[in-house]
Design a protein around this ligand. Structure first.
Ligand SMILES: *[C@@H]1O[C@H](CO)[C@@H](O)[C@H](O)[C@H]1NC(C)=O
Ligand SMILES: *[C@@H]1O[C@H](CO)[C@@H](O)[C@H](O)[C@H]1NC(C)=O
Ligand SMILES: *[C@@H]1O[C@H](CO)[C@@H](O)[C@H](O)[C@H]1NC(C)=O
Ligand SMILES: *[C@@H]1O[C@H](CO)[C@@H](O)[C@H](O)[C@H]1NC(C)=O
Length: 405
């Protein structure tokens, strides 16, 4: 429909199940030459006897506190040396497993943003993953709290476990009430206060990206809001994103006060007027670009300092940063439909009365052509905004027909 179906991009799977047996090999140096290894053995034996003496000495001393006893014992005889850990059966005191490292099972953590962003931008150097990596699409929901379209999204995700992950940024301490079987259950990330139009919105975007990067199978990252809906079914969205050669971040510059007019001369020489870009906040990034955005501190700081109302960092930072360094990876268009035709500072908002088959059809194909992997297609928008909660009922009615999920 929008070009050839290609093999999954960057699915570096392979090697599944291999590499388990001797992966610790490198941690132990080769056996040294016999002569000095005998000497070493004697030395070690002597040291162990000496340390045991010290520990016994300390433990029998009435003046030594319990605390000291414990810490010295741990120093000389780390408990790990003696605990059993059957790696194959994963029993005993094995520490956090490899699975939990590559696919964090729960999202709670105590990292600061600085720590999280650093951790999230660690990139594997090896060519292959030691597990079967099925690339996933990460759906990043930037919300205040309630999710009026949760039932619609639940229907959309149904039956596609393993191909997607969900992340929610809410106001701090908000408790989302969904059933345990919902894809939204337990998916709230540690969130901070966001004031709309300020740099804190970019912070929240980076926080969503960074938390999603911790799962090494996430390959594409879509930012959505609580008023967004999907307009195609999951398999269509998945194939479109996973097989795309480009990321979808709207990027342009026109000579208006809302676009070029927001440039601040103090950004030079790092950002020149002709490098300035504007675009919708609602991005789609591949993993490589997501890492770049989370890792960038230099340009982020420039925006933090010099892009203040009526400059809105969320509409300029990522488009400008990508244009400066990664323009060739960007399609420069958004995949989230919105209606600005009525003018004014806010786009049109659609409620129950607006929803019908023809309206959804017109979003799925509104007569515009766009480029997908350098070929023309009529499938330009996968998501749409903004919808009022009253639209839920009529939209649920359309899932089995025009929405096709
Ligand atoms: C959560 O939702 C359920 C079902 O809709 C409802 O019965 C329950 O009262 C809600 N709990 C809270 C704390 O809002
Ligand atoms: C998007 O814009 C960049 C310049 O920032 C350009 O290099 C790139 O070719 C454009 N992408 C497409 C698909 O035209
Ligand atoms: C299709 O939708 C986009 C986004 O709202 C809009 O810019 C464009 O003008 C529309 N095209 C037509 C032919 O209505
Ligand atoms: C769903 O569709 C049925 C049959 O077309 C209609 O009677 C009903 O009012 C619709 N429900 C909503 C919430 O739109």
């Amino acid at each position: 429909m929008w070009g050839d179906t290609k093999p999954m991009l960057k699915s570096r799977g392979g090697g599944g199940g291999g590499g388990g047996g001797d992966e610790d090999g490198d941690y132990f140096p080769n056996t040294p030459r016999k002569d000095w290894s005998t000497g070493l053995l004697k030395l070690v034996t002597a040291m162990v006897i000496f340390m045991a003496g010290v520990v016994i000495g300390l433990s029998v001393s009435a003046n030594v506190s319990r605390y000291y006893y414990n810490s010295h014992t741990e120093l000389f005889f780390p408990t790990a040396t003696y605990s059993s850990c059957d790696r194959r059966g994963a029993t005993g005191d094995c520490g956090p497993g490899f699975k939990a490292f590559v696919h964090p099972p729960q999202l709670a953590h105590s990292m600061t943003d600085e720590e999280l962003f650093w951790r999230a931008t660690l990139v594997p150097t090896a060519d292959e993953f030691p597990f079967q990596r099925v690339p996933k699409v990460a759906f990043l929901f930037m919300t205040r709290g309630p999710l009026p379209f949760a039932p619609l999204w639940e229907r959309f995700f149904r039956g596609h476990q393993g191909l997607f992950s969900v992340y929610l940024h809410t106001i701090p301490d908000y408790k989302l009430n969904v059933s345990k079987t919902s894809p939204f259950y337990g998916r709230q990330i540690p969130s901070e206060e966001v004031s709309w139009g300020s740099i804190t919105l970019v912070d929240a975007e980076k926080r969503l990206l960074a938390n999603a990067l911790l799962d090494f199978s996430n390959e594409r990252f879509v930012l959505l809001s609580e008023s967004c809906i999907p307009v195609f079914n999951f398999p269509t969205v998945y194939e479109y994103l996973i097989n795309s050669e480009h990321s979808f971040v709207e990027s342009y510059n026109i000579d208006t006060p809302q676009s070029a007019g927001r440039y601040n001369r103090r950004m030079a020489p790092h950002i020149l007027p002709e490098q300035w870009r504007k675009g919708s906040e609602w991005f789609e990034l591949n993993r490589e670009l997501a890492v770049r955005v989370v890792a960038d501190l230099k340009y982020y700081s420039i925006f933090r300092k010099h892009c203040r109302p009526s400059c809105y960092p969320d509409e300029h930072y990522i488009p400008t940063y990508l244009h400066l360094f990664h323009g060739s990876l960007n399609a420069n268009r958004t995949i989230t439909w919105v209606d600005w035709s009525r003018g004014g500072p806010h786009p049109a908002r659609y409620g129950a009365g607006n929803i019908n088959v023809d309206f959804i059809k017109a979003i799925r194909n509104n007569g515009t052509q766009c480029l997908y992997n350098s070929k023309h297609t009529s499938v330009c928008y996968l998501f749409a905004r903004k919808f009022a909660p009253s639209a839920l009922g009529p939209l649920m009615n359309l899932t089995s027909t025009v929405l096709d999920f």
